[in-house]
Design a binder for this molecule. Structure first.
Ligand code: ADP
Ligand code: MG
Length: 228
């Protein structure tokens, strides 16, 4: 506990739109510690996705520093950044983004195959992952043969199958009906806890956020704590 996995130091990010500079994130300081789950709650358009993309090494920022597992972003080359994205991170988005032509099992195996794990081992680990959500009986189903909740569960398993240190989830239950969202959110929480993964989860639901260890929000570009 309390070992920083991710340190964000004085981070700022702006976009230029129609000649005008929009300051989205201003001088953000934030630390994600080992084993904790943090909710990022804010209405649409304030910069949740921008923040997660930056932390996930998927977007650039204007100034500041990010330290991931002790490594400064400013000192990483492209190869090392790609390696960190692949090995240390798991990503879940609002849409499941499963590959429609592949089965649930193949979708879950994908990050392992990309990381160079052999097919037999990847299959074994993929089945183990599916079993975590009792989805082993759905292994051979294509995404179109699964319910919305099941699709999102498979997307969550694909994000953790390689046991990342950090899970970044961007409104992971935002496309589900309220009841299913509640269920899947609880399952996600239990899974992350069980596996000891640290998570930063963006949501616009304060009710869902209340289930996390800490809650942060953005107020005019500054990060504020709602629950410490
Ligand atoms: P959230 O995820 O909280 O809804 P976003 O991070 O998607 O917010 O967007 C924050 C703000 O940045 C919005 O006003 C959006 O219009 C703007 N924005 C996002 N991406 C870009 C971009 N590529 N170019 C210009 N403006 C952008
Ligand atoms: Mg967003």
């Amino acid at each position: 506990m309390n070992k920083p996995l991710l340190e964000i130091i004085n981070l700022s990010k702006s976009y230029v739109q129609a000649g005008e500079r929009l300051e989205i994130l201003k001088n953000i300081d934030f630390t994600l510690n080992s084993g904790e789950m943090v909710a990022l709650v804010a209405p649409s358009g304030v910069g949740k996705s921008t923040f997660l993309h930056i932390l996930g090494l998927l977007d650039h920022f204007d100034s500041g520093e990010i330290v991931i597992l002790g490594e400064k972003i400013s000192s990483l080359n492209e190869d090392r950044a790609a390696q960190i994205r692949l090995k240390s991170y798991g990503f879940v988005y609002q849409a499941h983004h499963l590959l429609p032509e592949f089965t649930a099992l193949e979708n879950v195996m994908m990050p392992l195959l990309i990381a160079g794990v052999n097919k037999t081992q990847a299959k074994e680990k993929g089945m183990e992952a599916l079993a975590l959500f009792n989805l082993d009986s759905r292994a051979m189903h294509k995404p179109s043969q699964l319910s919305g909740g099941e699709q999102q569960r498979v997307a969550i398993l694909r994000a953790i199958v390689h046991r990342p240190s950090i899970l970044l989830a961007d409104e992971p239950t935002g496309n589900l009906d309220v009841q299913t969202a509640d269920l899947v959110f609880d399952e996600l929480k239990n899974l992350v806890q069980k596996l000891g993964i640290s998570a930063l989860i963006a949501t616009h639901s304060l009710e869902l956020a209340e289930k996390m260890d800490r809650i942060v929000t953005f107020d005019k570009g500054s990060l504020k704590f709602l629950k410490k």
